[in-house]
Ligand binder design. Structure first.
Ligand code: 13P
Ligand code: SF4
Length: 364
């Protein structure tokens, strides 16, 4: 079998230097092979007492498999909550490594597996634990708030962990208590939260290689061509893109916003986040038109236009290998780091229970 060649993804490190990390596309089955593979995966999930927790950005086959087997497809907040509350002995995370680590930190007694442990995130890569810890030491007067897209070691240094669906609320709450914030890693999400809450936030430097590529000028031109379309933007996007949004939200927030606009009669949406989410949007709003927000295009600046190269590493074949017990798929977190990192994550989950009355970020 041919081995896929990794794509080399460039990202900016916290100190402005260039980083390069590989992303290897998985082998994808033919349409003819899919039914047998899906049946095998379903059987293995059952045999292993495993639940599949998938992010909206992974391949539609895995999203549908999660939904049809009692798992979930959701945003990072709901992925963490769902895995934590589900009784299965094994959690299989189809997403990127920080999502698997979060599941393991919350459930140290469970087996947590991932189709590919090398599924990174540029925000996590741009935030090494040691310099981050020094940055925190230099600002002891600030409460440390980190985004979920970070390593276990970085979370272990934090007071709070947030995801994009609750960042505004937690930072707003801390701001009202008169606290100053040290924020990491996403600079665009940080700038957005700062603008909305008015909090005093000291920022780390990092960006998402996918959302950073959305372009305001091209989006404006697209809006002119589709004047009826509602523009839905993930807050990891640059400020100029956020400014053109009709709704800004986490992945779940984007889906919910589309549903709200659809109830008012809107049928056309421009989506500024990973295009994988459109699979769920089409299922919920059949007949609506979804347009991916413009990037500068391959060969210009973007490397994996509107598709996270690391989320794309999850496939049916490597999921089956994982469930069959192949080595190298288990997420392990140093127990001492895990115990420390659990504190800011549980703090967020407790807060979410109180302030997000519906708190059903995903679709079972
Ligand atoms: P959500 O929590 O909104 O799903 O975001 C996760 C992520 O990695 C977006 O790029
Ligand atoms: Fe990280 Fe961006 Fe991929 Fe989300 S889309 S996992 S933030 S690189």
């Amino acid at each position: 079998m041919a081995v896929a060649t990794p794509i080399q993804i460039r990202f900016e490190r916290f100190n402005g230097e260039l980083g390069i990390a590989p992303a290897t596309p998985p082998r994808h089955p033919s349409e003819a092979d899919k039914p047998a593979l899906l049946a095998r995966a379903k059987q293995l999930l059952k045999d292993r007492d495993a639940v599949l927790v998938a992010h909206y950005y992974v391949h539609p086959d895995l999203q549908d498999l999660a939904q049809s087997t009692g798992g979930t497809v959701s945003d990072s907040l709901e992925m963490a909550r769902f895995g934590h509350e589900h009784p299965a002995k094994t959690i299989v995370v189809a997403g990127v490594r920080f999502m698997g680590e979060t599941a393991k930190i919350l459930n140290p007694e469970k087996t947590v597996l991932m189709p590919d442990l090398a599924a990174e995130c540029s925000l996590d890569l741009a935030t090494p634990a040691e310099p981050f810890s020094r940055f925190c030491d230099e600002h002891p007067d600030r409460v440390v708030v980190v985004y979920a897209n970070t390593s276990a070691a970085v979370k272990a240094r934090a007071d709070w962990m947030v995801t994009s669906s609750i960042a505004e609320k937690i930072v707003g709450y801390l701001h009202r208590q008169g606290r100053k914030i040290l924020w990491a890693p996403d600079k665009h999400l940080g700038a957005y939260v700062q603008k909305v809450t008015g909090a005093d936030m000291l920022m780390w430097n990092a960006a998402c290689v996918v959302h950073d590529e959305f372009k305001a000028q091209q989006l404006e031109e697209l809006k002119a061509l589709h004047p009826q379309a509602k523009v839905l933007v993930h807050p990891e996007s640059p400020e100029g893109v956020i400014r053109l949004a009709d709704a800004v939200g986490s992945t779940t927030g984007i889906i919910q916003a589309a549903e709200r606009f659809a109830a008012q009669g809107f049928r056309e949406f421009v989506v500024a986040t990973d295009g994988g989410i459109i699979h769920q949007m089409r299922k919920r709003l059949p007949g609506a038109t979804f347009i991916e927000a413009p990037t500068a295009g391959k060969g210009a600046t973007c490397q994996s236009c509107a598709h996270c190269p690391w989320m794309a590493m999850n496939g049916l074949y490597n999921l089956i290998d994982t469930l069959e017990g192949a080595k190298g798929h288990e997420v392990l977190v140093d127990p001492a780091i895990g115990r420390r990192a659990k504190v800011p994550i549980e703090r967020m989950l407790e807060f979410a229970k109180k302030v997000l009355p519906t708190f059903t970020g995903g679709e079972a």
